[in-house]
Design a binder for this molecule. Structure first.
Ligand code: S3P
Length: 446
């Protein structure tokens, strides 16, 4: 992104946060609702869909391949699907913007269509590894031409009937698991993915909701063996998207850190593959409670109530990483204010997210007077046991979660904290500024 289109933002410390706010729909579920709706026969109605730029990129891509996707005046999204294997060749390059989930899941869908499509994305997405999905999808018969290192832009030629495979995931990645399962939908026979650590299971839940047969067995090592039966008749089904725990993380941590705060966040997705941050905050001493637990649209949800409290450092077990992979940046912010050290291990995957999040978090913390050490796949934050100095300018590398995390840092610091660019926030949390200022935070474009 050029400097001209960057928009710096600043967070001013001090003001307590209070009130109840609904954070936007879950990003992972929103992508899948549009994709699976497009692959189902009939009309899928989706309420609570996230309208961030990432999800809009998914909608545009599926429209370009023949699905009808429209919004109604009441905010419900309506998808008229084409059936498994029924998408049409896109007439132009599919631009997936900033979204790794959109790009990798669409490659799975395309591997099950006998046509060629071209994919690209923004500078961040074009630097991210696609080999992790290319390798299994090639085994299923798809053909790829891509840039050095398996990067976008790339071309994929899929197969009407890809080969079913049994694939042992080399990285704990729900995106890779989902890409293989989606290609498996078009295969004759059963496609199996073995994951050694459970990753988010929205694909499995939603495919079942649309009528596919998905078997999940617990493996001896604590992982899962997931099998989808190929060539199902996916049937349209209504979807209610719960609020995104990864977006809720920002007002939650802000409310914990800023003295006198008391915030409630209704309808948050509490799928156990997503709640690692909540476990960490509780262990650190956060005053966090979950009320009114229920099931909505096939996902567990609940209302979160959180009050300011002092935190202490913890050791985060590496096996918790998949359940909070997007939450480490904001956990590091909480850790900076906690009493004592917080050690996070087994987090090498952070290096291949929207930015190298290990490097960007470490640089941002140091720029604000926080002591932090890091290695290839770990980070240790030395907490100050109170407000950290702040006063720094943080480079976000067009990473939405880095921008929001460091704005939260600024709300609880001794001095304002600025981020060099707040525009990426619109990829996942378009009303972040309104929601946070509505709670009382002082945040502004500078
Ligand atoms: C996602 C999976 C995670 C996560 C991403 C969304 C998904 O990535 O970081 O924001 O919707 O499947 P990996 O599965 O690659 O870890």
């Amino acid at each position: 992104m050029s400097n001209a289109s960057k928009r710096p933002m600043t967070a001013l410390p001090g003001r307590a946060l209070s009130g109840s706010v609904r954070v936007p729909g879950d990003k992972s579920i929103s992508h899948r609702a549009l994709m699976f709706g497009a692959l189902a026969a009939g009309r899928t109605e989706i309420s609570g869909l996230l309208t961030g730029e990432d999800v809009l990129a998914t909608a545009a891509a599926f429209r370009a391949m023949g699905a009808t996707i429209e919004t109604r005046d009441d905010g419900v999204w309506v998808v008229d699907g084409v059936g498994v294997g029924g998408l049409a060749e896109p007439a132009d390059v599919l631009d997936m913007g900033n979204s790794g989930t959109a790009a990798r899941l669409i490659l799975g869908v395309l591997a099950g269509h006998g046509m060629t499509a071209f994919l690209t994305g923004d500078a961040s997405l074009r630097s991210r590894p696609m080999k992790r999905v290319i390798t299994p999808l090639e085994k299923m018969g798809a053909i790829f031409t891509c840039r050095e290192g398996g990067r976008l832009p790339l071309a994929i030629t899929g197969r009407v009937e890809p080969m079913p495979i049994r694939y042992d995931l080399p990285v704990a990645s729900a995106q890779v698991k989902s890409a293989v399962l989606l290609a498996g939908l078009a295969a004759r026979g059963a496609t199996t993915v073995i994951e050694h650590a459970p990753t988010r299971d929205h694909t499995e839940n939603m495919l079942r909701h649309f009528g596919a047969t998905v078997d999940v067995e617990e493996a001896d090592d604590g992982g899962r063996v997931v099998t989808v039966k190929g060539q199902p008749e996916l049937q349209a089904a209504p979807i209610k998207v719960p609020s995104d725990p990864s977006s809720a993380a920002f007002p939650m941590v802000a409310a914990t850190l800023v003295e006198g705060s008391e915030v409630s966040l209704p309808g948050i997705c509490l799928n156990p593959t997503r709640t690692g941050l909540f476990a960490c905050l509780k262990e650190m001493g956060a005053d966090l409670s979950i009320e009114n637990e229920r099931v909505e649209g096939g996902e567990p949800v609940g209302d979160i109530a959180i009050k300011a409290s002092a935190l202490k450092g913890i050791e985060v077990p590496p096996e918790r990483a998949p359940s909070m992979i997007d939450e480490y940046p904001v956990l590091a912010i909480a850790a900076a204010h906690a009493e004592g050290e917080t050690l996070m291990t087994g987090i090498g995957e952070l290096r291949v997210k929207e930015s190298d999040r290990l490097a960007t978090v470490v640089a941002g913390l140091r720029a604000n007077g926080v002591t932090v050490e890091d290695g290839e796949d770990w980070m240790k934050v030395t907490g100050s046991g109170g407000a950290i100095p702040g006063g720094g300018m943080v480079e976000t590398h067009f990473d939405h979660r880095i921008a929001m995390s460091f704005l939260v840092l600024g709300l609880a610091a001794q001095n304002p904290v600025s981020v060099d660019d707040g525009t990426a926030i619109a990829t996942s949390f378009p009303d972040f500024l309104d929601i946070m200022t509505g709670l009382g935070a002082e945040l502004e474009f500078s």
